[in-house]
Design a protein. Structure first.
Length: 446
């Protein structure tokens, strides 16, 4: 536990390169090449975090200003994923999430029930989140542990299910996204995409950064689009001219720099991913392996960022007019790119569909986050989280996913029966998915 806490405090830019270096040596990559690949991944993550920080540091205050200017007064505050992760890992139950997640991942890999080797250790806070909520609702520690196991299984299943679509759309060979806030979006996007394909007129609307640039000329350029969107958000925040222009330049910089950082990170991951799949093919013919990474690798795509910036002010509008909503979007407004990253792959990078899917996702997330607010507030108090005067808190991203409603809802209402039943369902789905993949591989080989 001491080692795990040290790794968490060091952050992913330190422990991920260390983990990948050791993994590369196990895969028999030469030490020099393994070391270079590992530090390249670390440098990529540092660059990625700097760009995300640039977006968050500029977009967060603008969102706060919009909330103030429009006099929004919903009674539950969205504290955002950084606070939620601190709350999740701050409980006794949550501190066990990483060893549970890693052990389960190894077992599932051995038995061929998942193809995802999850090296994104930090994001095990997502299973700590649901486990802590179920514990807050039932006061049953064992049930909280079982919840984390079942939630992790769902995440691995969704990561495997979405991997081919993600790899094809983003060009991320051998990568999957076992990230709790992003992976559920794959299932949500499928029926939305199916429905949009059947609406006359709407089905023919296809906006991509390339088509937008072709039609709008220089105004469709990524940097110019980022500048314009930033200026619009700054105007809604009622900034002065200087701050509006600074926000515009910052969003333009994010749209240009993010893909470059992702490319650098992928440069380091490529030799490790190739070596891992070579080893798996040698030991287990017909099987493949995905390297599970943070969906931050996808948020840099122009279509994702452009649609997400449009969704920021729309989220505030939805929160005000949506019946039954009690959550004021705030902390997770800058997290919207992560929420729609996997959905964007299903929509083929169609900016129009990403916005439509994002509106539906945010509306659903607000209602689920409203339902989860009492449990999250109790959990936050038990983790000694500083409420800063707030009487009710929630989180738009993880607190609003359909997996949170399903897992926490069954754990709260049906306790052991619900969690065990859900575990059996996801296990059956894992077996089914892997049998389908094996048949597909066999057919391709023949």
């Amino acid at each position: 536990m001491a080692v795990i806490k040290w790794l968490l405090s060091a952050g992913p830019t330190v422990f991920l390169p260390m983990l990948l270096f050791v993994f590369a040596l196990i895969l028999r990559i030469k030490p020099g090449r393994a070391f270079k690949a590992a530090i390249t991944v670390g440098i990529g993550f540092i660059g990625l975090n700097l760009v995300i920080g640039l977006l968050t540091d500029n977009l967060g205050p603008a969102a706060q200003a919009m909330v103030k200017n429009f006099h929004l007064s919903l009674n539950t505050i969205d504290v955002g994923w950084p606070a939620a992760s601190a709350i999740s890992y701050g409980t006794t139950l949550g501190s066990l999430a990483i060893p549970i997640g890693v052990a389960l991942n190894v077992v599932l890999l051995i038995f061929g029930l998942t193809k995802t080797l999850d090296v994104d250790l930090w994001n095990y806070w997502h299973i700590a989140f649901t486990g802590s909520l179920v514990f807050a609702a039932t006061k049953n520690f064992g049930l909280g542990l079982a919840t984390m196991v079942v939630h992790a299984m769902w995440i691995y299943f969704l990561a495997d299910l979405a991997a081919p679509t993600i790899q094809k759309h983003y060009g991320l060979a051998g990568i999957s996204f076992p990230q709790g806030a992003s992976a559920p979006g794959f299932v949500l996007a499928l029926p939305i995409n199916w429905l949009l394909d059947r609406i006359p007129g709407v089905k023919n609307i296809h906006w991509t950064p390339e088509t937008i640039q072709k039609r709008l000329g220089i105004f469709g350029d990524s940097a110019v689009m980022g500048l314009i969107i930033g200026i619009v958000i700054g105007a809604l925040a009622q900034y002065n001219v200087t701050k509006i222009l600074n926000l515009g330049m910052s969003t333009a910089a994010v749209l240009i720099l993010m893909p470059k950082m992702v490319a650098l990170l992928m440069e380091g991951l490529q030799p490790i991913s190739e070596a891992a799949n070579t080893l798996v093919q040698k030991k287990f013919p017909g099987r493949s392996l995905y390297i599970g990474m943070d969906s931050a690798l996808a948020v840099g795509q122009e279509a994702v960022l452009s649609a997400s910036l449009v969704l920021v002010p729309l989220s505030l509008l939805i929160a005000v007019i949506l019946p039954g909503n009690r959550v004021l979007p705030f902390g997770d407004l800058a997290t919207i790119p992560f929420m729609v990253a996997v959905m964007a792959a299903v929509f083929g990078g169609n900016v129009f569909r990403i916005v439509i899917g994002g509106i539906i996702d945010i509306a659903i997330s607000l209602l689920i986050a409203s339902w989860a607010a009492p449990l999250l507030t109790i959990t936050a108090k038990s983790a000694h989280f500083a409420m800063k005067g707030a009487t009710s808190i929630s989180i738009l991203s993880d607190g609003g996913t359909w997996t949170t409603l399903m897992i926490v809802g069954l754990g709260k209402l049906m306790t052991w029966t619900g969690i065990i039943g859900l575990g059996i369902v996801v296990l059956a789905l894992m077996i089914r998915l892997n049998k389908f993949h094996d048949k597909k591989v066999a057919a391709e080989n023949n």
